[in-house]
Write a protein that binds this ligand. Structure first.
Ligand code: 13P
Length: 255
């Protein structure tokens, strides 16, 4: 199964989210094989968007979570509160939060542990900056982020866990990394986590300037379990092509 995650970021309000959710649902229509599809609207739109995707093949994800169940944490939202809204997946440690909101590896780890505790599927984002890549440190940086994120994490038999390799320099730039670059990093991530989690519980995704043109090249690789899509997920014509690419890969596997 391939997975497509739509990270709408802070690009759409409540009404636009509802319309986009409807349009996203339509991208699955008439397809013989459909990928797992998760849409992640802004927090304020979760409730209304849920009404659109309820009883459909589309799942709901959040873009962030706090690591406590309840208490005096102004502005924060717990995993349990998200599950009350029908949320099943949550993005954790996105590079935009690491860069603009000071989210650290230690915070990412607390969020991962909390998400697993309440039964949410964490989508943990890791990736190097351009300077780190130019300095030859890309794999080392990703390794450190992965090690820190999953410290002390244990999965129960039904738990699942996604890691999204999103090189920071590829996000929103129109410059996706090469498939070979993604494969090398995915293999390292899978290898690192093989001792801690079983293979069928872990998915490794690629994110960073994925669009209708390049999605197939990533998705056809066995090592790539799916894609995390930002900009192209709010442009429905682009997104339709990403979904079509995943369906094409699934149909080829099915034949
Ligand atoms: P873009 O697809 O816009 O590069 O964003 C990727 C991303 O950050 C998804 O989480």
């Amino acid at each position: 199964m391939k997975t497509i995650i739509a990270n709408w970021k802070m690009n759409v309000g409540v009404r636009e989210s509802v319309a986009l959710a409807r349009a996203t649902l339509l991208t699955l229509r008439g397809r013989k094989q459909i990928p797992e599809l998760v849409i992640c609207p802004p927090l304020v739109a979760l409730s209304e968007t849920r009404k659109v995707v309820a009883h459909s093949a589309v799942s709901l994800g959040a873009q962030n979570v706090f690591w406590k169940d309840a208490g005096a944490f102004t502005g924060e939202v717990s995993g349990r509160m998200l599950t009350e809204l029908g949320v099943s997946h949550v993005i954790i440690g996105h590079s935009e939060r690491r860069a603009h909101l000071g989210e650290t590896d230690a915070m990412v780890n607390l969020k991962v542990l909390h998400a697993l505790e309440v039964g949410l599927i964490p989508i943990v984002c890791v990736g190097e900056t351009r300077d780190q890549r130019n300095g030859g440190r890309a794999l080392e940086v990703v390794r450190e982020q992965v090690l820190a994120a999953f410290k002390s994490a244990r999965l129960r038999s039904n738990d699942r866990l996604y890691v999204a390799y999103e090189p920071v320099w590829a996000i929103g730039t129109g410059e996706a990394c090469t498939v070979d670059n993604a494969l090398e990093t995915h293999a390292m991530i899978r290898d690192m986590l093989a001792k801690q989690f079983s293979g069928d519980q872990l998915k490794v995704l690629y994110g960073g300037s994925v669009d209708g043109e390049n999605a197939y090249g990533f998705l056809r690789e066995r090592e790539v379990d799916g894609v995390l899509v930002g900009g192209a997920s709010v442009k429905i014509n682009q997104f339709k092509d990403v979904v079509a690419a995943a369906s094409e890969v699934l149909e080829a596997q099915h034949d």
